[in-house]
Design a protein around this ligand. Structure first.
Ligand SMILES: NC(=O)c1ccc[n+]([C@@H]2O[C@H](COP(=O)([O-])OP(=O)(O)OC[C@H]3O[C@@H](n4cnc5c(N)ncnc54)[C@H](OP(=O)(O)O)[C@@H]3O)[C@@H](O)[C@H]2O)c1
Length: 237
């Protein structure tokens, strides 16, 4: 049995979570679209893993791929989801291509729903999704991402009731230094430095900060239907 199935485990927060669980001796399957990215991640993870690393290719937005993956997996203790296609979604609503808006909704929201649909009967412990600070801090260039994140949190409340006693939760990260920022074409360092000054935590998040938040809700058997904010206090400033 795979102890943890991580959609998005080949990069950023999902990769950090895989590293943490594997160091604890869990068997982990990481899922993504790119075979090259999965192979590179597995090679890196195997350097420190005490459990077994497996990879699986699937697009979270494609129903057949999600259904077949769960059918192949059999029983899974924990499912974690960090995968989402956010390419081209940042900008004023008038400028965001509709295809990009559809892609974020189809991956972050409908992909999460597909996992809820097909994980039923396979997952025994928990499902944990990733939303984000955008849902709480509209800034004029994140409107559709904010909407997808907000809807994802509502989805998780519904699934926590439907899938019980399997627990369903959401981690809402603040700004975290991961490869997702590289596609935004902005001065990441300057933006991070400016925000870090204002944040109560006085720094930007690391993938490891988010991995620890995942672990805390995955392990605590009394937490379900909850959004855990791992954002350095971003909602307060
Ligand atoms: N980084 C931040 O500051 C931040 C802040 C708030 C919220 N978030 C949210 O946190 C989550 C994780 O972000 P991250 O920064 O860790 O991103 P990342 O480093 O870009 O990693 C994304 C992972 O998801 C996979 N993926 C993307 N689209 C997929 C799809 N359609 N099907 C299956 N796998 C897919 C990617 O692999 P492939 O590309 O090979 O599929 C990769 O493994 C995202 O939902 C993001 O919106 C991030």
């Amino acid at each position: 049995m795979t102890n943890a199935l991580i959609f998005g485990g080949s990069s950023g927060m999902g990769l950090a979570l895989a590293r943490t669980l594997l160091a604890d001796g869990m068997d982990v399957t990481i899922v993504g679209r790119s075979a090259d990215r999965l192979t590179a991640a597995r090679t890196e993870l195997e350097r420190t893993a005490r459990g077994t690393v497996r990879t699986a290719r699937a697009d979270i937005g494609r129903e057949q791929e999600v259904a077949e993956l769960f059918a192949r997996m059999g029983r899974v203790e924990h499912v974690a989801v960090t995968a989402a296609d956010a390419t081209g979604v940042y900008g004023r609503t008038a400028d965001v291509p509709t295809a990009a808006a559809r892609a974020i909704v189809e991956t972050k929201l409908l992909g999460a729903w597909l996992i809820g649909k097909y994980a039923a009967g396979h997952v025994t412990g928990s499902v944990t999704y990733t939303s984000g600070i955008n849902a709480y801090r509209p800034n004029g260039s994140n409107t559709i991402v904010a909407a997808a994140n907000g809807a994802l949190e509502s989805l998780a409340y519904g699934l926590a009731v439907e899938l019980a006693p399997v627990r369903v939760n959401v981690i809402s990260p603040g700004w975290v230094d991961t490869p997702i920022w590289d596609q935004l074409g902005m001065d990441k360092r300057a933006a991070f430095a400016e925000l870090a000054q204002r944040l109560p935590a006085r720094r930007i998040g690391s993938p490891d900060d988010i991995a620890q938040a995942f672990v805390s809700v995955m392990r605590n058997e009394f937490i379900t239907g909850t959004v855990l904010h791992a954002d350095g206090g971003h909602r307060l400033v």
